[in-house]
Design a protein. Sequence first.
Length: 304
Amino acid sequence: MPTVSDVLAALDALWPPELAESWDAVGLVCGDPAAEVSRVLFAVDPVPEVADEAVRLGADLLVTHHPLYLRGTTTVAPLGPAGFKGRVVHELIRNDVALLVAHTNADRADPGVSDALAAAVDLRVTGPLVPDPSDPAGRRGLGRVCELDAPLTLAEFAARAAHGLPATAAGLRVAGDPDAEVRTVAVCGGSGDSLFDEVRAAGVDVFLTADLRHHPASEARLAGRPALVDAAHWATEWPWCEQAAGQLDEISDRHGWALRTHVSRTVTDPWTGHAPSTSPAGEPAAPAAAATPSSRSTSSGAPR
Ligand SMILES: [Zn+2]
């Protein structure tokens, strides 16, 4: 049976820690490197429900995409607003579960987080959106530029993305002409709005990512291209968990490790509800108690 350190060495080869951004916090967070591993759980977020799931499963190793402590800490006490992080540390250590983080190193790897996102939406990757200059093969880097096998309208492409990604309460937001033709797509798992310059330079029809903010999205719309499909951050990164579990399965088979791998289906997207707008487009709804025909009027002066 492999040890935590054996599995770590194999996963470090898939997602070399030196590929991580300088501000990132990747690698082993807790766990005895000499402990044996038979069961591994992959998840996006190291939150308490995922730690509970790892314990319930009897996992010896939890691999998450997001760091537990990104900015450093002087305590792992389960107290205060960030006390859930300390609770996760205590629960994992108490139950002999190691925690490994593969974040921006998994983003930049080949295959990486955005390859998994592209595959989930049935796109053919042609190359990285921001190539890693240290990769002679030109396959590593941030985001991916992709092609569709056959053109779709923007509405059809958005429906395909909604079908291919795991469901979340908020679903997907779309910006653009629903009938516009889509042949090329840039994808970036997680927050992608820092990559608009590269997306524009790639000349793609659509940018599929998460966490797009008003101003960058508005500027992209005013420029006319690309159309935007904005999914939940968690949903764009979750396909990586399945890709990663498949990669570890192959390694396990090669070494005769007989590891059992699992992918968490717990939706850890923080947005838990969605209220569709019900007032007429462009108008705020009248407060129910004050809405008398004689006392309220629209901005044009017409009685409501
Ligand atoms: Zn992320």
